[in-house]
Design a protein around this ligand. Structure first.
Ligand code: SF4
Length: 227
């Protein structure tokens, strides 16, 4: 059964918003931009409606690049990197998390009104909130894993590493849009835009190996997501 997590708080870190807006390496926004960011962080609290959904599935078989998952329904994930990650796991949590439509509707409205800076700041806050919602889901899965003596892998999403974006369709075979409120377009983009889908592995046994990322052997040296 797909489990839901709703009504949790999303804390927005202003420094991270500044980082997303391009203020790194000690650069700080000038006072007028700084107060605009404060104002938008405050406004965003009323616009963000976070929710997360997950389904725990058994790993039936790992035969690189395919991983077969089962829980009433059988799906096949295809990725060499995920095959390596899940080879030491017994279960996965398939998930979708989102912050809803409120914030992105306001961003669209601001852009249409020509308020590009305000729209860009709010959009950056939305991106951060979407990542934070996914992290809350990850914390929940970690809690579940720890309660049964298991460890979890980092989370992975279609479109990252060697996991093709079209694999979103596989995830949405188990994530019912009518329940999650997140839809998938023909070109595999999610609406609301500020949504995250993916999987997290859970395993008993080789706990240090489970926590390892495949970045150590990955050949994409300039990958911005390297962990
Ligand atoms: S370096 Fe990048 S592409 Fe390679 S495994 Fe790490 S996150 Fe994935």
């Amino acid at each position: 059964m797909v489990e839901a997590i709703r009504d949790f708080e999303i804390e927005i870190d202003k420094d991270e918003v500044c980082h997303l807006l391009g203020y790194h390496k000690g650069r700080r926004p000038k006072a007028s931009i700084s107060s605009l960011i404060d104002e938008k962080v405050d406004k965003a609290r009323d616009l963000i409606q976070p929710s997360c959904f997950y389904l725990l599935m058994d790993i039936k078989e790992v035969s690189s690049p395919r991983v077969i998952l089962e829980n009433g329904i059988t799906i096949t994930v295809t990725s060499d990197i995920l095959s390596w990650v899940l080879a030491v796991c017994q279960k996965t949590a398939i998930f979708v998390s989102s912050i809803g439509y409120g914030l992105e509707s306001r961003v669209t409205q601001l852009m249409e009104e020509g308020e590009v800076l305000k729209g860009a700041i709010l959009d950056a806050i939305g991106s951060l909130a979407a990542e934070t919602a996914a992290s809350c889901l990850q914390d929940k899965v970690h809690e579940i894993a720890n309660s049964v003596g298991a460890e979890i892998t980092p989370r992975y999403s279609p479109g990252y590493c060697d996991w093709d974006i079209t694999q979103q369709r596989v995830l949405f075979e188990v994530m019912d849009s009518s329940q999650t409120g997140v839809d998938l377009s023909d070109n595999c983009l999610m609406t609301p835009r500020k949504s995250v889908s993916g999987l997290i592995g859970l395993g008993w046994g080789e706990k240090n190996r489970i926590k390892l990322t495949p970045c150590r052997f990955c050949t994409k040296k300039d990958c911005p997501s390297r962990r």
